[in-house]
Design a protein around this ligand. Sequence first.
Ligand SMILES: CC(C)(COP(=O)(O)OP(=O)(O)OC[C@H]1O[C@@H](n2cnc3c(N)ncnc32)[C@H](O)[C@@H]1OP(=O)(O)O)[C@@H](O)C(=O)NCCC(=O)NCCS
Length: 199
Amino acid sequence: MPPSLIEPRTERLVMRAWCGADREPFAVMNADPEVMRYFPAHMTRAESDAFVDRIEGRFAVQGYGLWALEVAATGEFVGFTGLNPMPAGVPGSGGVEVGWRLARSAWGHGYATEAGRAALEVAFGRLGLDEVWSLTAEANAASRAVMSRLGLSHVATQEHPGLAADSPVRLHVFYRITRQEYAGRAATTAMSDRRVCSP
Ligand SMILES: CC(C)(COP(=O)(O)OP(=O)(O)OC[C@H]1O[C@@H](n2cnc3c(N)ncnc32)[C@H](O)[C@@H]1OP(=O)(O)O)[C@@H](O)C(=O)NCCC(=O)NCCS
């Protein structure tokens, strides 16, 4: 039986399984050197489509993954945010990462953080995970800022064994948030909400 699909909705975003129409704008993003600055290379259309095939494969098996992000007000596809297996040979291997890739036009709106928060809610709520990881190239300050805003902490810096030895983005940072840390943050938010709302 196919798994039930998890498709979170946030204040401004629809996080959904992928549609055929997402492939073209996703390929445009993956060919943008600015979007792909901290990856070994930008992607061809075929590589981008193969990536979507893998994402769709995970949705078919588990009902969630790297969700396609749509701006609710306009229906525009702006990239992905979601949950994916951690690569092999790094801190957190065997676990789950939260990750994001947005089109340049969607930067600077808080979308990655908003969607990342919803992804963590799924991870620690419905999926009952004990921890969630994230990784990026050491120099990727924008991605590291999203991790920090979500409450993940930097736990390790090491070379990514899946990248070529001479790759300029081989040095990676690894962030993590545990279930306990996540629960503590949720409690703090609830308390401050109460204070704000009391007469
Ligand atoms: C990593 C990436 C998603 C970060 O994007 P981002 O726009 O900086 O992050 P967010 O979506 O969380 O937006 C935060 C910014 O929006 C601003 N913002 C504007 N309106 C906002 C709102 N209503 N709510 C929250 N933040 C808002 C914030 O102030 C912040 O800007 P600042 O960094 O200048 O302070 C983006 O740079 C990207 O897609 N890069 C290419 C792919 C990549 O490197 N992915 C990670 C590799 S692992």
